[in-house]
Write a protein that binds this ligand. Structure first.
Ligand code: NAD
Length: 260
């Protein structure tokens, strides 16, 4: 059972991260929420998660594009939660452009948030996991950790990189009770994807609903979005003792996107 485990989920004041934090809260874990959403939104989420877990809920608004703030986030989690048993590297950003026009500062920003932050955060939590001989590091990668799509060079690099990083950590941690895995979601209807739907709708002069369907059917054979709560349930399973021999894996939940 995961009751009493202390869990940090980055980017959990929105989208997939919130779905994951909610499922860990249901499992009786002590949660640290994190993200850049406005304070009013955050305050009600803290209350909501606390009412589910029946435990205190910590919160950090650290900008994880900055290595110092990654370290500070883990220091705060240790102080507020007591320890970190499970780290879910979920926070991520998107920027789309053909390579020849891709702004260099956007490239660096995206890699800082999507790839470098998971490195700094993992580095900050893994010593205590080794000490206790138990830990779970779960990266929310993407189908774009396995396959490519045009205009997403930085994103695909960041997610492919996350798969590589997770495998190395899995090898270094093998036999210690600490595992490292990637979950690779297909399309999930969160603010990150809503932006992309809006752009298709504008560019093609079609309705939001039609744009949503077009985005889905281009890539995801099921024709349905993956749900944040299902990704949360998957993450909770990876946290469980039944998953102790799953490590170094990149597990898809993508409605069949990467079958071809
Ligand atoms: P989202 O935009 O709803 O949430 C992203 C979260 O990350 C927010 O809480 C935001 O505040 C936080 N964040 C962004 N930049 C940050 C920074 N510099 N410092 C601190 N926090 C920051 O997006 P989402 O769709 O829920 O995405 C979550 C993860 O899932 C991302 O890593 C994304 O790449 C991945 N993913 C999403 C989809 C999808 O279809 N939505 C598919 C595959 C993978």
């Amino acid at each position: 059972t995961l009751k009493g485990k202390c869990v940090v989920v980055t980017g959990s004041t929105s989208g997939i991260g919130l779905g994951i934090a909610t499922e860990f809260a249901k499992a009786g874990c002590r949660i640290m929420l994190h993200g850049l959403e406005p304070e009013s939104q955050v305050l009600s989420l803290i209350q909501e998660i606390a009412s589910i877990s029946n435990d205190k809920v910590a919160y950090s608004g650290a900008n994880i594009g900055d290595p110092e703030q990654c370290k500070a986030l883990i220091d705060l989690a240790n102080k507020e939660l007591g320890k970190v048993d499970i780290l879910v590297n979920n926070a991520g950003v998107q920027f789309t452009s053909p390579v020849q026009d891709f702004p260099a500062e956007k490239w660096r920003w995206l890699l800082d948030v999507n790839l470098n932050a998971p490195f700094y955060l993992t580095q900050a939590v893994i010593p205590q996991m080794y000490e206790r001989k138990w830990g779970r590091i779960i990266h929310i990668a993407s189908t774009h950790g396995k396959v490519a799509s045009k205009n997403k060079s930085a994103y695909c690099v960041s997610k492919h990189g996350l798969l590589g990083f997770s495998k190395v950590v899995a090898l270094e941690a093998a036999g210690t009770g600490v595992t490292s895995n990637c979950i690779c979601p297909g399309w999930v209807l969160t603010p990150l994807v809503q932006q992309q739907v809006e752009r298709i709708s504008e560019e093609k002069g079609i309705s939001y609903e039609a744009a949503k369907l077009q985005l889905l059917l281009e890539k995801q054979p099921s024709g349905e979005f993956v749900k944040p709560e299902d990704l949360g349930a998957f993450a909770v399973f990876l946290g469980s003792d039944a998953a102790s021999q799953i490590t170094g894996a990149a597990l898809s939940m993508d409605g069949g996107w990467t079958t071809v």
